[in-house]
Design a protein around this ligand. Structure first.
Ligand code: FE2
Length: 318
């Protein structure tokens, strides 16, 4: 595949990137890295390395009613997912496949370069972490409403799905409190409310289409009548990582009865909060968990250390 992988209107891209969802075209639908046997090989390599947290396989019918899909060993779950893909409700995610397979790593770098050319600013120097994730899903599988910290591009390779995205800045949809709880570690903090359904934009993703999710844009996804293969490029950026620290401090302030200033309203207030969490954060984080939570976990560590100390002095509670 020698030509460009992305086919977007540069003006629309620059106007909407990281602010609003939008759809454009790509040229990866026939790429050999996204054929089913190649995806299975990548998943097997991931399992071979013991990276079990990067491999998620859910759902499915098993031959024996006594055997639960979730109780099956990962390799059996992988095989069952592939054989049941067409007719059972299974869902497979192989996260950060670029970390174990150099061909996917090269493709990720090529895509980031093309995104930077479309964005017309040094995007890659602002990225603190990036990954390429593979998704396989049966017909009609639904991914529930949620938010993500990362900026995301979801590429459809095979099959169709409907992706409904909402404005990340509309506080009637997503409140400051929900975002603060999300950055305190509650991944299900964003609450779906039936009355806001009409506020979303639904994109029909078919092979050759890609939709952009801005950071914190609430979304949910429903597969259409066929097996879906999708690829996600997700990345953290310096400014959205910094903003997450403001939300983390605000989470603490609210717990102490203070009504905190939302990010973006006061440079001074934001700067103090960012520096405060920054002082206790890991200096060279390598994963999103470390980027987002190394400061938070150190802040909450003293009570744990104190508990351990008390236990050592007075012995375990009976
Ligand atoms: Fe998501």
């Amino acid at each position: 595949m020698g030509g460009p992988l992305l086919d977007a209107d540069p003006v629309e891209f620059r106007a909407n990137y990281n602010e609003k969802s939008f759809m454009f075209r790509h040229n990866m639908a026939g790429h050999p890295l996204f054929e089913l046997p190649r995806i299975v090989l990548a998943a097997e390599r991931m399992l071979g390395r013991g990276d079990l947290e990067k491999f998620v396989a859910l759902g499915g019918q098993t031959k024996s009613a006594a055997t639960k899909f979730s109780a099956m060993p990962p390799r059996e779950r992988l095989a069952a997912t592939i054989t049941q893909l067409a007719d059972a409700g299974v869902w497979l995610k192989v996260s950060s496949v670029d970390t174990i397979d150099p061909e996917y790593a090269q493709l990720l770098q090529r895509l980031l370069l093309e995104l930077e050319q479309l964005a017309q600013f040094p995007l890659r120097s602002e990225i603190t972490w990036a990954s390429l994730t593979l998704f396989l899903a049966s017909p009609h599988v639904v991914t529930p409403y949620h938010i993500d910290h990362e900026s995301n591009f979801l590429f459809q390779i095979s099959g169709e799905k409907d992706v409904t995205l909402y404005d990340p800045t509309d506080r009637s949809l997503l409140s400051e409190v929900e975002i603060e709880r999300f950055y305190a570690g509650d991944y299900q903090a964003a609450q779906y409310r039936e009355e806001v359904q009409q506020k979303g934009s639904t994109y029909r993703l078919s092979p050759g289409r890609v939709v952009h999710h801005p950071p914190l844009a609430p979304h949910w996804i429903r597969n259409c009548d066929n097996v879906s293969i999708s690829v996600s490029i997700g990345f953290c950026m310096r400014d959205i990582d910094r903003r997450s620290r403001v939300y983390q401090v605000n989470h603490f302030l609210r717990r102490f009865g203070v009504s905190p200033t939302a990010p973006g309203r006061s440079k001074v207030s934001d700067g103090i909060k960012i520096a405060g969490i920054g002082m206790v954060s890991k200096s060279n984080p390598t994963t999103p968990t470390e980027i987002l939570f190394s400061g938070m976990s150190r802040l909450t560590a003293p009570p744990r250390m104190l508990k351990r100390l008390v236990r050592r002095v007075v012995g375990p509670a009976s």
